[in-house]
Design a protein around this ligand. Structure first.
Ligand code: PMM
Length: 277
């Protein structure tokens, strides 16, 4: 199974999220057994997902980390099953989990730490010659929000990601295999997320493929609401589809979403508009 090509300019790939975790902020526990996770993956493919992102560690603010053994136990059976149906990425910060996931059929490594959490990650990805999503990250979830200090969030995220690119290439990863992600919600306050989204073209201009993960994130919960009437995560899918469409129009390569059907609908609207011209 290989990664699909983008269907058209302005039409990003849709990466459906399969969290095999008991505690993710967005859908914690809903797909925690391998059977439920696999069934959910099938459902997302039927809704139009181009690839699936399987993860076994929750990165919500304050989360505790599972052991590497536990993380593998969660994701491997799911990747084995889904990997023959659709291209699968593994969402992990651990090289050992990534290696086992690639052996089980994953074709892409999605590391929210961009290789910073585990020094063995970059050499592993270089040796396997697979695409690698490097997300902007300033530290593990338990205290990441204390690091949300920026003078110019876009310039600093780009500078920190560029430093990652340099280190990853020095480790032997091919530049064309590196996908950049600004890391919405990771060491970011709501206004940082909005500014990153508004100025997304500054990141795509760096020249790497870009993936974004705004899905159900906290800043979307505040849209049209006050802090005491924040939308719960499951009520943020329409807002997520809107951000997907906005990002699509700015040339991102892929959007990582929980509600695949809604984002596919939004992207289909853009396609229909394009086709009418
Ligand atoms: N967000 C989460 C998990 N993995 N991966 C990438 N590349 N980008 C993201 O923004 C991202 C991610 C957290 O969301 P979840 O717990 O609902 O999956």
């Amino acid at each position: 199974m290989t990664l699909p090509e983008a269907r058209a300019a302005g039409r990003p790939l849709v990466m459906g999220v399969v969290n095999v975790t008991p505690d993710s902020f967005s859908d914690g526990g809903a797909w925690f057994t391998p059977e439920a996770a696999v069934a959910h993956g099938h459902e997302l493919v039927a809704q139009g997902a181009d690839l699936l992102d399987v993860g076994g560690e929750s990165t919500r603010p304050g989360a505790e980390r599972p052991s590497a053994e536990e993380e593998q136990r969660r994701v491997l059976p799911v990747i084995e099953e889904l990997g023959s149906l659709v291209p699968v990425s593994v969402d992990t910060m651990r090289a050992s989990v990534a290696a086992a996931a690639l052996d089980a059929g994953a074709v892409l490594v999605n590391d929210v730490s961009g290789g910073l959490a585990d020094p063995d990650m970059a050499p592993l990805v270089a040796a396997r010659r697979v695409p690698f999503v490097a997300m902007h990250w300033r530290g593990h979830s338990h205290d990441m929000q204390a690091r949300a200090h920026y003078d110019d969030v876009v310039a600093e995220v780009i500078a920190e990601l560029s430093a990652r690119v340099e280190a990853l290439v020095a480790a032997g990863i091919r530049p064309a295999d590196i996908v950049l992600d600004p890391g919405f919600g990771f060491a970011k306050l709501a206004h940082h997320n909005w500014e990153l989204l508004r100025r997304l073209e500054e990141l795509t201009a760096v020249g790497h493929r870009v993936l974004i993960g705004t899905s159900r994130k906290g800043f979307l919960g505040l849209v049209g609401r006050t802090p005491d009437t924040v939308r719960p995560p499951l009520g943020r899918d329409v807002a997520t589809a809107a951000t997907s469409l906005y990002a699509a129009q700015r040339g991102v390569w892929a959007v990582r979403v929980h509600d695949v059907a809604g984002t596919v609908d939004a992207l289909d609207v853009a396609d229909a508009l394009r086709a009418s011209s």
